[in-house]
Design a protein around this ligand. Sequence first.
Ligand SMILES: Nc1ncnc2c1ncn2[C@@H]1O[C@H](COP(=O)(O)OP(=O)(O)OP(=O)(O)O)[C@@H](O)[C@H]1O
Ligand SMILES: [Mg+2]
Length: 490
Amino acid sequence: MDRNNPAPSWREQQPRRILVIDDNPAMASSMAEVLELEGYAPEIARTGRQALEACSHASFGAALVDINLPDISGEALIKKLLSRQPEISCIIITGHASLESAVNAVSAPGVAGYELKPPDMDRVLALCREIFARQQAQAEARMFRDIIGNMQNGIYIYKMETRGGEDIFRFLTGNPASVQITGVPVSDLIGKTMFENFPKLKETSIAAQYAALAREGHAVTPGELLYEDHRIPRKWFFVKAFPLPDHCLGVMFEDITNRKIMELELKQRELELQILSHKTLSLQEKERARLARELHDELGQQLTALRWGLDRLENKVDEPAHKEQIRALTHALSAVTRHLRGIVKGLRPPLLDDLPIDLALQSLVDEFRDMAAFDIRADFAGVAGLRIPEQSATVAYRILQESLTNALRHSHATAVLVSMTREQDKAVLRIEDDGRGFDPESLRGASGGFGLAGMRERAALCGGAVSLQSRPGRGTTVSLHLPLTENPKG
Ligand SMILES: Nc1ncnc2c1ncn2[C@@H]1O[C@H](COP(=O)(O)OP(=O)(O)OP(=O)(O)O)[C@@H](O)[C@H]1O
Ligand SMILES: [Mg+2]
């Protein structure tokens, strides 16, 4: 809005109607002309009856009343006008003969002044300006009172005073909502200071903030406040203070206790879920390790024993056909053993606490290279020889595993680039494919795969974070930021 040329208030936008009542047509129209030139909307009435009729179809802010009318006395007409339009202000236009009654009438309600005929229009216009300005101020005050009275937020108004160097906020008034919210009647608060009324406020940051507002006009940041005293039960409030004219302070507040309780419950729930998923993931890792051990130790030994038995059998038989059959069995057994080794490896990352991270990740890349239809390039030069805590290494390993599995299953990529770099106190693992991509938003709330969600959970396990960039037709990039502890092992 233009500061020098503010928009007219809603009241200024209404036509400013003035009723001109005079039985002399020339006098009436010359007054009306002047009024019109000044932007007013005049309407002429020749008799009292016409004037009252006009009042039934339009409302007037002011009336210029000739008190010598043929059909009614000036005094009676003004009374009738007021009974129809209580807000109207009358300016009496009188000849010398009726001056006395005009002067008497000025003290009557609804009469703003008088003018001798022929009227000095400058003075009449000055009176009109005053009348309309007052009416506008009254209407605006009424409107704001109604708005504040109907608001759901509580409002307190204070007067700011300084007594002996101390800032005092004296309570002036409050709206009905304030009573509903606090349970304290406005009449109990009037005249006392903010801290007399609400003693516990002194212990909050509000005291200093309001003092700064009073002294330097500093804005007070709206904020949340937990409050309780002998009258007000423990509640959360959202509070906003704003300076008002005449050293007054408005404080608007809202009871947000229910929302706060829900927020806290939600946070608690989130925390519990996080703990649960951390537990689940580490249990999963343990369970996989146990399975891997079992498969390796038990099944692996039995397969070795079988292999050994077959070898001995082969040496014992002479029949070439039997020898051939045994060789075929040995061959099949080798395939089963390789397969088992693959499963064990997938279940348990290679000795992550022994290997530097680049070698661990490289071994996984090599495994995928054998299976994948796309070209995989890996760059771990930035972390060559770096040892990181086993838990972080497991997280990186699993996220790479899931990302490459996704690329294999979903991407139709021709090339995948895997890299791990060091950025200050972080290691950043990136898996970038040039495949068909997807819209990550479309997965929100969808009950689809567990892979991407699992990556995020895993990253959180060691204080890291995963971000996903993908667009249909534009490939997919998964990035993992892993914090490196001050003193990584080794
Ligand atoms: N690299 C990728 N290229 C294209 N689409 C992908 C890629 N990675 C994931 N997606 C899409 O995101 C979806 C969710 O992936 P997510 O790993 O969470 O589940 P999933 O792979 O379908 O199943 P899960 O991992 O549980 O076995 C996939 O179904 C796929 O549509
Ligand atoms: Mg997946």
